[in-house]
Design a protein around this ligand. Structure first.
Ligand code: KG4
Ligand code: ZN
Length: 336
């Protein structure tokens, strides 16, 4: 008989529900909370309220698309952290009641592990060990993966995340939120002719606050000289910002692969949807004889499909959660 897992992700501003049948993602529905665009960033209290509204209809939609009934579900996978506490609380409280009423086990999932394990939703699967650059709105990590549940962070950001660098730069340019995809689109028509210094951070760690400050002062000085500077150069500015961020990410990823002698290299998280990063990973793989793993778009940004895949591997080991687990805003990758 097949294992069918219902997975729910509610760690930030997207409510997502997926149905996973024997490690295959059958449906993966994401209810995006557009309301945060008005505020230029995620408002935690608003996000929690929207999750409350979205969770039941999104579950029904995921079940319908998968042609599965609640009674067919073998277990429920849920994000326990890291993320916004209120948002996590909505998902976790809901599934506790659901698991209890359906008399099925609950499986807790670490959101950052799930971004990495999204690579097992599609073929080819990376073999162990592999490296994964996980880049999202809240995190920037280089992770060494030796098994489904064995992950070590070997480099991470000391301040802003890569996605935040895109979003905050976009705010300075007057673009909408989230700015990452908008910058990506505009950059495709631009030339990266403005140079922003790559921060000198030792080892495999990152820092993005310097790039953001350099962009702020660069724009201030150029707009002083030419008030139309932004409008006249928007595409080139976006291409320059994107190139700086991606060059920094790729430099550290190459160093990590060299130092750890690993040639299977993956990217994950919202920023892995970036077209320039995807291209640069392929270029590096050609040059350095790596095998590159790039998720399809539905598995880059937050989605419950990746939570379900992570839950699947725990289900096989009967690694079930107690019903008294609490959400954890700062859950480290070494835990759960
Ligand atoms: O993984 P994700 O959906 O949520 C978090 O866990 O944070 O990542 C969202 C982040 C945002 O900062 C967004 O601007 C960025 O991913 N992003 C992109 C692109 N698509 C999403 N950044 C650059 N280029 C993109 N195409
Ligand atoms: Zn995420």
């Amino acid at each position: 008989m097949s294992n069918i897992i219902l997975a729910i992700e509610s760690s930030c501003d997207d409510t997502s529900v997926a149905i996973i049948k024997d490690a295959n993602v059958i449906s993966n529905v994401v209810a995006t909370q557009k309301i945060h665009e008005e505020y230029g960033g995620v408002v935690p209290e608003v996000a929690s309220r929207k999750h409350e509204e979205n969770i039941v209809p999104t579950i029904y939609q995921a079940l319908k698309q998968a042609e599965v009934k609640l009674a067919d579900i073998s277990a429920i996978g849920i994000t326990r952290g890291p993320g916004l506490l209120g948002s996590l609380m909505v998902g976790l409280s809901f599934v506790k009641g659901l698991a209890l009423s359906l008399e099925i086990p609950l499986i807790e999932v670490n959101h950052m592990k799930a971004h990495v394990l999204a690579h097992f939703a599609e073929l080819p699967h990376p073999p162990f060990p592999f490296l994964c650059l996980t880049v999202s709105g809240g995190h920037t990590q280089i992770v060494k993966i030796t098994d489904y549940d064995q992950m070590e962070v070997i480099g991470e950001t000391r301040d802003d995340a890569a996605g935040e660098a895109f979003d905050k730069s976009g705010k300075l340019l007057g673009l909408g939120y989230p700015a990452g995809p908008i910058i990506d689109k505009l950059a495709q028509k631009g030339v990266p002719r403005f140079k922003f210094p790559i921060p000198k951070i030792p080892g495999l760690d990152f820092s993005f606050s310097g790039i953001k400050t350099a962009i702020r002062y660069f724009l201030r000085d150029e707009i002083k000289k030419n008030p139309n500077f932004l409008n006249e150069n928007m595409e080139d500015i976006c291409a320059s910002i994107q190139t700086s961020i991606v060059n920094f990410l790729m430099a550290k990823l190459k160093r990590a692969a060299r130092e750890h002698n690993i040639s299977h290299v993956a990217i994950a998280g919202g920023v892995s949807a970036n077209s320039h990063l995807r291209k640069e990973l392929v270029n590096a793989a050609d040059k350095l004889k790596w095998k590159a793993y790039i998720p399809s778009f539905q598995f880059c940004t937050d989605n419950a499909g990746m939570i379900g895949i992570a839950a699947h591997y725990k289900f096989l080991k009967k690694d079930f959660a107690k019903l008294d687990i609490a959400p954890s805003a700062r859950l480290p990758i070494s835990k759960n």
